[in-house]
Design a protein around this ligand. Structure first.
Ligand code: VAH
Length: 316
């Protein structure tokens, strides 16, 4: 990667990714774009307001900046998507179609994140295989399977260099998540520090794959820098660094905040989404084909989250 366009750059992944990409490749070589401006992003380097469903503007930006890579993060997440499936389809599929066509036209490599949401109730729940049944029951999951298949199609038919991973729930302190089912695993840290108590919308005993954001950012950079000849499962690799349920993260937080308490007010929509997803993924393909090697487990993540969030909250 030399010159990179990031779409959806002001979202949860994009906020962390821009910092890492700009320190690695140079500020002027990382072009941020998003529908909504965020001052702290716009001030840090090249930025364009872009709705990825506007193919003309999308193409003009990529051509003008002469990018060789597009990291396409613009998407609507699972819970918000269930409330507005037509908006989700427009952004997650039509926006991706534009990214694919522009990458083909300009000969760019293209990274597109899929998700554990691409699996459904019929998928084996434990140690979910890289290649298995994918019949998701959410609009989000359907858009993610569609994305995986479109990315494979453009690679097979046009030789486009498409690469992706199936991200689990992502936890970070720099930016809040944007309306997903796994968001509870971020909000719990904020409430533990601010209120000493959290009410979880996901039920006790509900296991989901999760990953700390620094490991997710390394996934994107490592897969995009990997030897393309070794990538068999290009779109998209299972990746995960831990699987936990709400009681596990509560107990990890209590090691730092002994009086922290949690109760439950389960959201039936997000609970049903969570129950349709795997408990844990088999990540052997990512390890074998491009050296996937996460560094953070639950307790190491909790220690880092509390260290950074406590300073962020105190500085406000
Ligand atoms: C969501 N955070 O909850 C996203 C992600 C695996 C979860 O796709 O929708």
């Amino acid at each position: 990667m030399k010159k990179i366009l990031v779409t959806g750059a002001t979202g949860q992944i994009g906020t962390d990714l821009l910092d890492e990409l700009r320190s690695k490749y140079g500020i002027e070589n990382v072009i941020a774009s998003a529908r909504n401006k965020k001052t702290h992003i716009v001030e840090k380097g090249p930025f364009y307001s872009l709705d990825c469903t506007d193919s003309k503007s999308f193409f003009e930006i990529a051509k003008k900046e002469n990018v060789d890579t597009i990291i396409h993060l613009a998407a609507i997440l699972s819970a918000v998507g269930e409330q507005n499936p037509s908006l989700l389809w427009d952004i997650n599929v039509n926006g991706l179609y534009n990214a694919l066509e522009i990458s083909k036209e300009l000969n760019c490599s293209l990274f597109v994140p899929s998700s554990i949401g691409a699996f459904g109730p019929g998928t084996p729940k434990d140690n979910t295989p890289q290649l298995t049944i994918q019949r998701p029951t959410t609009a989000y999951g359907i858009s993610k399977v569609t994305g995986e298949l479109l990315c494979d199609y453009y690679h097979l038919k046009y030789g486009l260099d498409t690469r992706g991973v199936r991200f689990p729930g992502l936890i970070s302190y720099k930016a809040l998540p944007g309306g997903g089912t796994t968001d509870y695993a971020v909000h719990i840290y904020y409430d533990a520090l601010k209120k000493g108590h959290y009410t979880s919308f996901i039920d006790k005993g509900t296991y989901m794959d999760m990953m700390y954001m620094p490991d997710a950012i390394n996934c994107i950079i490592d897969i995009m820098e990997a030897n393309p000849d070794k990538l068999i499962d290009r779109n998209a690799f299972n990746v995960s660094s831990m699987s936990f349920e709400p009681e596990d993260i509560k107990n990890s937080i209590i090691k730092h905040i002994p009086n922290f308490t949690m109760d439950y007010d389960v959201d039936p929509v997000r609970q049903s989404i969570a129950e349709s997803w795997p408990n844990s993924l088999d990540v052997s393909a990512a390890k074998e084909q491009w050296g996937f090697n996460p560094k953070y487990d639950l307790d190491k993540m909790t220690e880092d989250m509390i260290f950074h969030l406590s300073r962020k909250i105190m500085s406000k």
